[in-house]
Design a protein around this ligand. Structure first.
Ligand SMILES: [Zn+2]
Ligand SMILES: [Zn+2]
Length: 102
């Protein structure tokens, strides 16, 4: 058989191989880094394939972000409440001023 190969990495048999295991057949492509990965190296998240390293990257900052958001939310809420109160006060004063001018 003389089939032109379009895939970047193939075995001697012409099958796509895992980026981490050169002797294993790739069953999917990581959506994040486009690496071809085998069943052991791929993890499906919501039906989307991720390789091990991209999954680690995905899980790492996400957890930290959630933790910091939970920490910051009481302060953020108070700040927004204060800002809202100030805005309302300014608006009320503006309306009073308008009322006086009329
Ligand atoms: Zn990846
Ligand atoms: Zn693999």
């Amino acid at each position: 058989m003389d089939v032109p190969s379009a895939t970047p990495s193939t075995t001697a048999f012409g099958a796509a191989v895992c980026a981490n295991h050169p002797r294993r057949e790739a069953i999917g492509i990581c959506v994040a880094c486009r690496k071809q990965v085998c069943g052991e190296c791929t993890t499906k998240v919501d039906g989307i394939n991720y390789c091990v390293s991209c999954l680690a990257k995905l899980a790492g900052p996400d957890r930290r972000e959630q933790a910091s958001a939970a920490e910051a939310s009481p302060i953020g809420g108070a700040l927004w409440l204060a800002l809202g109160t100030i805005t309302l006060t300014i608006l009320a004063w503006g309306l009073l001023e308008l009322g006086a001018a009329w």
